[in-house]
Ligand binder design. Structure first.
Ligand SMILES: [Zn+2]
Length: 353
């Protein structure tokens, strides 16, 4: 079995498709312009905001306190006080209820990625090795929804430990293992496109201890002998499905494309965030076709989003950045390549079939 996101010959600055390598420090500084409006609210203020947004008794399954050494190791945990990187000190009682990393300006992926609140309602766990994709939680007044489920129970646990409330529902962008193996750990309703649902059923039949069925990334994520439980779809849609979580909506739409025929994207409003999954990535064989990719670019830009979260890209992109990226892609499809530009070369290689 090949990799879902094969290594590219030229190491692109942009990790457009996960290739199992942690990005270099140069691509992953959260303080640069690639990352929008990082929320630097003090934790106490966040807590007040959260309490106001979730009336008492309505909150579903508040995330229990957990041993979260891995997640929080950048915080200097004390008994009562937690000192964070930029010298702010907060009460650890708040710590279990708010996202982490908000006050921390370390480069992403210095070691493990950590949760970031990227808009009023969206928390993001950036991608990481071996092929862990971006995960988002959309936190509404009534419900919390997860966008993709992660590569394993452990990956998903990292995510769940960082979100303010446990998601009651998870929506998949597609069926690739790295986005769905963690679904059982969420324990909520699974919502999937009809084709994704079919593939989930197939994945459940596969012998994941047969070497022919696993790739290097799966071996790293889940050392043998491995137990893989595939949560099946509870709610299946064909073209689109909408969620009103309370003060925030999620519109999920099937877009297809070269990466996989079941690719979906999710628009979070009013936040203006489009969760793209791997829709813009090449196929597992590293191929893009003008017939599928170029209409998809128009369609992606047709969503009224201001920021974009891609499955294996280590920064949130602004609209102008995504537009510039897709210009490079179109140029590459037309044979116009910018030598030395990782994105341009990535697209050129993928279109040149
Ligand atoms: Zn994928």
């Amino acid at each position: 079995m090949g990799l879902d996101h094969p290594a590219r010959a030229a190491r692109a600055v942009r990790q457009r498709a996960g290739n199992g390598q942690p990005p270099t420090a140069a691509d992953a500084h959260p303080g640069d312009a690639l990352v929008p409006a990082r929320d630097h609210l003090p934790l106490a203020e966040l807590e007040l905001e959260r309490s106001a947004a979730v009336p008492g008794g309505v909150e579903l399954l508040a995330a229990p306190e957990r041993d979260a050494d891995v997640m929080h190791r950048h915080l200097l945990a004390g008994d009562r006080l937690v000192a964070v990187a930029d010298d702010e000190v907060v009460d650890s009682e708040l710590e279990g209820n708010v996202a982490f990393g908000l006050l921390d300006d370390r480069p992403l992926h210095e070691d493990a990625p950590y949760m970031e609140r990227i808009s009023d309602h969206v928390w993001w766990l950036p991608p990481g090795p071996p092929d862990r994709p971006s995960l988002c939680a959309v936190v509404g007044e009534r419900w919390t929804l997860a966008l993709d489920a992660g590569s394993s129970r452990a990956h998903t646990r990292l995510f769940l430990d960082g979100v303010p409330t446990t998601p009651s529902v998870v929506v998949y962008t597609h069926s690739h293992w790295d986005h769905v193996f963690g679904g059982v750990e969420i324990g909520g309703l699974v919502v999937a496109h009809a084709r994704t649902a079919e593939k989930l059923a197939e994945l459940a039949q596969r012998d994941w201890n047969d070497d022919a069925n696993v790739n290097e990334h799966i071996r790293l994520e889940l050392p043998a002998p491995r137990t893989v439980e595939i949560a099946q779809a509870d709610i299946v849609f064909d073209d689109a499905i909408d969620f009103d979580l309370g003060a925030v909506t999620v519109h999920v739409e099937h877009v297809g494309g070269d990466h996989c025929d079941d690719a979906c994207v999710a628009l979070v409003e009013p936040d203006g965030i489009l969760f793209v999954g791997d829709a813009l990535s090449a196929s597992p064989e590293e191929v893009l076709t003008t017939g599928k990719a170029l209409p998809l670019y128009d369609r992606i830009l047709g969503f009224r989003a201001t920021h974009y979260v891609e499955g294996h890209h280590p920064a949130v992109e602004t609209r102008s950045e995504l537009e510039a990226l897709l210009v490079k892609a179109r140029d590459a499809a037309n044979g116009v390549v910018v030598a030395g530009d990782g994105d341009s070369e990535y697209f050129a290689n993928a279109f040149a079939v």
